[in-house]
Ligand binder design. Structure first.
Ligand SMILES: NC(=O)c1ccc[n+]([C@@H]2O[C@H](COP(=O)([O-])OP(=O)(O)OC[C@H]3O[C@@H](n4cnc5c(N)ncnc54)[C@H](O)[C@@H]3O)[C@@H](O)[C@H]2O)c1
Ligand SMILES: [Fe+2]
Length: 356
């Protein structure tokens, strides 16, 4: 048996207002006067007070990114080319300021600046050859755990798959819960539920171990305080939950909800957070307690999920989703353990999708 050798984020700052320390963090990377940094920023922050707080110097590059659609390999290659056209030198740091989508874009750009060819070539596991440019993740919506993970999830020409490697992991993260203050309720809920679902899938999975359990149990308690209680420090709690949920699945695995959600999102284009919520709502048989508690959370925050999405879809559309979902081997191995192949049948998955 071989155990995972997990690369963790090397440096992190946690605290309200800690975004103000970004300038100082970058100063340590800037060695000569013409060293420049690249800021990859969610355009939702354009024209908002946060824009004025970005420690941008005259020689730096600010790239606004739109995340109405989830990140693509094409978008990453375009951004990388923009950086290369801006300055023949490599930047000394790439900063991702936004949600999971923006952080993944920044991770991917930092990798593609030092690895030749297009990013689609590197979708998979440990295909990246060269270390990335120093990169910093700063979440402005919490739940995905992208700040803690070794992947940058991209939609490519053939599939949605991450650039998974030790080099993908951020060198530095800044967790400033003031930054997640203005997220609209629906989005706050969907992205936060990604974290709650990570915990359920990790704790209910066959890959569970004390490392993953320690993080998932605490992250789940924090999610309960945030989504069932009404805690004044809920933003700090959610930000910490997201990180810990990410740490938990990094040393275990996600499960049935993510497998179904990938099928939904690949074929129908649902974003990760809402896709997970839609999928989780039909997974009573897999996660009875988790789903019951999730419904309490839905109710408390008056969230209405889309219903009957798949009921009347053509058979071949359902078959396409079933195919993607079925291909998530490690996730099903986590759900059922050895022999999962016999349990994950087309009939079982088709019936599941028809209930969505
Ligand atoms: N790398 C990983 O480990 C990992 C894990 C899970 C999911 N993901 C990826 O993350 C993405 C989903 O990320 P997400 O759920 O964090 O959402 P997101 O980054 O896609 O953002 C969702 C929405 O919230 C907006 N937003 C962000 N910050 C805001 C703020 N402070 N105020 C108001 N609006 C704000 C964005 O503009 C966007 O409209 C997917 O692409 C998914 O594949 C990555
Ligand atoms: Fe997730």
């Amino acid at each position: 048996m071989s155990f995972k050798n997990f690369k963790v984020v090397e440096k992190l700052i946690f605290g309200r207002g800690s975004f103000n320390q970004l300038d100082e963090v970058l100063a340590a990377q800037r060695k000569s006067a013409d060293d420049f940094v690249v800021f990859v920023v969610d355009d939702v922050h354009r024209g908002k007070p946060l824009e004025g707080r970005i420690p941008l110097k005259a020689q730096d590059l600010l790239l606004w990114v739109n995340v109405d659609d989830e990140p693509t390999t094409e978008q990453v290659d375009g951004l990388t080319a923009e950086v290369q056209a801006f300055n023949g030198k490599l930047p000394v740091s790439v900063i991702g300021l936004g949600g999971g989508s923006t952080m993944d874009l920044a991770k991917a750009v930092s990798l593609m600046l030092t690895n030749p060819g297009g990013s689609a070539m590197y979708q998979g596991w440990d295909l990246i050859k060269n270390p990335a440019v120093h990169h910093v993740g700063i979440p402005t919506v919490s739940g995905t755990g992208a700040e803690a993970s070794r992947t940058a999830v991209l939609c490519g020409p053939e599939r949605k798959l991450g650039l998974n490697s030790d080099y993908t992991v951020f060198d530095q993260i800044i967790m400033d819960s003031e930054l997640i203050d203005g997220v609209p309720t629906d989005q706050w809920f969907y992205t936060g539920m990604d974290c709650y679902i990570h915990c359920v899938e990790s704790l209910e999975g066959t890959f569970l171990n004390e490392f993953a359990r320690a993080y998932a149990e605490k992250a789940m308690d924090l999610c309960r305080e945030v989504y069932l209680g009404d805690h004044p420090e809920k933003d700090d709690k959610l930000m910490m939950a997201s990180f810990m949920g990410g740490m938990s699945i990094a040393y275990s695995q996600v499960g049935a909800c993510h497998a179904v959600s990938y099928g939904l999102s690949y074929v129908l284009g649902y974003h990760h957070g809402i896709g997970n919520c839609i999928a989780f709502d039909v997974l009573d048989e897999f996660y009875p307690e988790g789903v019951a508690e999730f419904r309490q959370m839905l109710k408390k925050h008056n969230i209405t999920l889309p219903k009957n999405i798949c009921k009347d879809l053509p058979d071949d559309t359902i078959a396409a989703m079933v195919k993607v979902t079925k291909s998530m081997g490690p996730l099903w191995a986590n759900v059922y353990g050895e022999g999962w192949q016999e349990k994950v049948t087309d009939e079982m998955l088709t019936a599941l999708f028809r209930r969505i």
